[in-house]
Unconditional design. Structure first.
Length: 201
């Protein structure tokens, strides 16, 4: 029985980091790649993933950072493409004076300050889920969006994950890393649910 338990623990230790990479990557991707993911706790997930990675001896922080960067980058890219290919035609089919003015304002905004908006929006929950699609629908220059997306994914995704990883260097943080990570994630989900219910008519 002891040998079986030890064998199971060894297998779990090997698989756990893979689950960490997959879960974190999926959440970060869907939060920005699909508008329905706006309620996901991206910031808390990133910080918590850094904490867990530091506490888990089998986890590789470099792999985690690569996964986070790729997921954040590709999520925004998908959002931008959906906005360009789906969002803009939809708005043009339902054309009206109000929609026309809205499109004109959006195009001017993304032409002049869109680059900074894409980078900064990463640090604002909910907003970061919609900015890529709006940028695509507003026909923001693709290469400007591409560079802003890459920088935003680096500063936000990699930056917050590293903050969690190095925060775990504090002894009391490392010993309670799983509890702290759980608290952050649950608190974010409760906050998102509360805001959603409060804003319902």
């Amino acid at each position: 029985m002891i040998e079986l338990a030890a064998s199971f623990d060894a297998q779990f230790s090997t698989l756990a980091p893979i689950f960490l990479y997959l879960i974190v990557g999926a959440i970060i991707f869907f939060e920005t790649g699909i508008l329905l993911g706006f309620f996901l706790p991206g910031d808390s997930i990133l910080f918590s993933a850094g904490l867990v990675s530091a506490a888990h001896s089998k986890s590789n922080i470099v792999i985690l950072l690569i996964v986070v960067f790729v997921a954040a980058f590709m999520g925004d890219q998908i959002g931008f493409v959906l906005g360009r290919l789906v969002g803009r035609p939809y708005l043009e089919r339902h054309n009206s004076v109000r929609i026309t003015k809205m499109i004109e304002h959006s195009e001017r905004f993304y032409e002049h300050t869109g680059w900074w908006a894409v980078v900064a929006s990463r640090f604002f929950p909910w907003i970061r889920s919609f900015v890529p699609a709006i940028a695509g629908a507003s026909k923001m220059n693709y290469y400007k969006f591409l560079s802003a997306n890459a920088l935003g994914a680096l500063l936000w995704g990699v930056g917050i994950t590293c903050a969690g990883y190095y925060a775990a260097s504090l002894p009391w943080v490392k010993s309670s890393s799983y509890a702290i990570a759980t608290f952050f994630i649950v608190a974010s989900l409760v906050s998102a649910l509360w805001n959603y219910l409060r804003r319902r008519p």
